[in-house]
Structure formats: structure tokens, C-alpha cells
Design a protein around this ligand. Sequence first.
Ligand code: DC
Length: 240
Amino acid sequence: MPQTAQVATRIGDVIPKDQPIIVVIDGPAGTGKSTVAHAVAKRLGLDVLDTGAMYRAATAIVIDHDIDLDDTDAIVAKVADADLHFDWNRDPPAILAWLKPLNERIRSEDVSAIVSRISAIGPLRAHMVRKQRLIAQQHPRLVSEGRDQGSVVFPNATVKFYLDADPNVRAQRRVDQLAGAGVVVSAEDMLQRILERDHLDSTRSDGPLVCPDDATILDTTEMEFDGVVETLVRLVNAHV
Ligand code: DC
């Protein structure tokens, strides 16, 4: 699924300004959710919420403050103190902790390695769910992507999507993405990591990765990026 960097807003696609709308996109790692969510939001004239960035930011905080991974109370207290929020004046919005942007830090390998473990902490998820709902109150025209957006955070979302793809293809996409950033990882290693993350994300007791019954499922294995965006934009417009 090659990705297009620039997506223009098209007048006919934009959701009327007075219309609140929550579009959720859930799915496992490497399905292109994040890039698709940004492109769809741009086409529809909506804000975009990357909830994975919030769990990644929490993980970076845990690592950088040397907090014991089993010390749930300390983790939740430190993350709450960081007052995670987004700078909506940037495109894409930058995640801030203690008012400092964390965007590059949260994509590092050490963060990716343990983010699934940190995001399985129930009280941390409860904190994030509250924050995400507050963000939606302040940005009521939103495309929100993650793992639990349609199942837990916004069960009454206007439109729900679940993106999936063959794990080998997802692994190769991640390898290509990292190669673009100068990081070399083998496809076999990446496949193992992806399968491990899928397992952790879908078997945790709080907010596991699930496909909501009322979501439209899109298998992006053989789809081009533009085709995925086009399909989502068309389906959202058909709903409103
Ligand atoms: O989408 P991503 O790879 O940036 O997500 C990073 C991790 O955060 C992923 O392992 C699962 C977790 N996550 C989550 O548990 N719930 C969400 N709503 C979003 C992400």
C-alpha cells in the first residue's frame, strides 16, 4: 500500500461545518491506519486523533523517568502529571508532555518494544479513555484511530472502520517505513514483533483490540493507499 504524502481537501467531500461527527478507525499495527486516518480527516475537513501516540508518549515517559514497569500507580501518576495533550496548530498535531513535543521520541525502537505492555495497564487505559472523550468534546468533528475507539471509547461513533491486512504485508510495510528513516530491520524480525504485539493487544483484559460488530472491515493487503482513503471517504459521506 504505497502512501501519498499530500492529500488535498476536496470541497465536495467536506462534512458541513456545523455537523458533529466521530469516525473511528481501529485495527492492528501496520495496516496503515494512521496515514489513512490523517488523509481521510484532511479530505473530510475533520481533526485527527492518533491515540497510539498517547500510549507511546506514556511509554516514553515510563522509560525516560526510569519507572518500574510493574509500578502501575507510579506510571499513572507520572503520565497524569505530564498532562498529555496535542498541539492542534501543527499538522499532524504534535503530542506534548509537560508542554514539550514528543513526536520523534515516541517512534523510537525502545518505545515500540514495550508499548503493548504499557498499554495493557487498566488504570492507564481508564485515564486515556477519559482524555480521549474530553478531546472529542473539544474537537467534535474527529477521525480517531487506535485499537479500542469503536469498542470502548466511542461506542456511538457515527461511522466505524476496522482495517486489517496479512501480517507478512504489515511487517514488510513497517520494514519499509523504518528503512525510510534509516533503520534496518529484517522482515522476519518485524513479523515476530508484529505477531507479538497483535497477541498482547488482542488478549489484554482492558480495551483489547477487537472488531466492533457494527464496523466496516477493510482488508488492505492488496489495496493501494489512495484506494483505501477513497473507500473510507465515500462510505463516510454515504452515512451523513
Ligand atoms: O498504533 P500504534 O502502533 O502507534 O500503537 C502503539 C501501541 O499502543 C499499540 O501496541 C497498541 C497501543 N494502543 C492501544 O492499546 N490502544 C489504542 N487506542 C491505541 C494504541
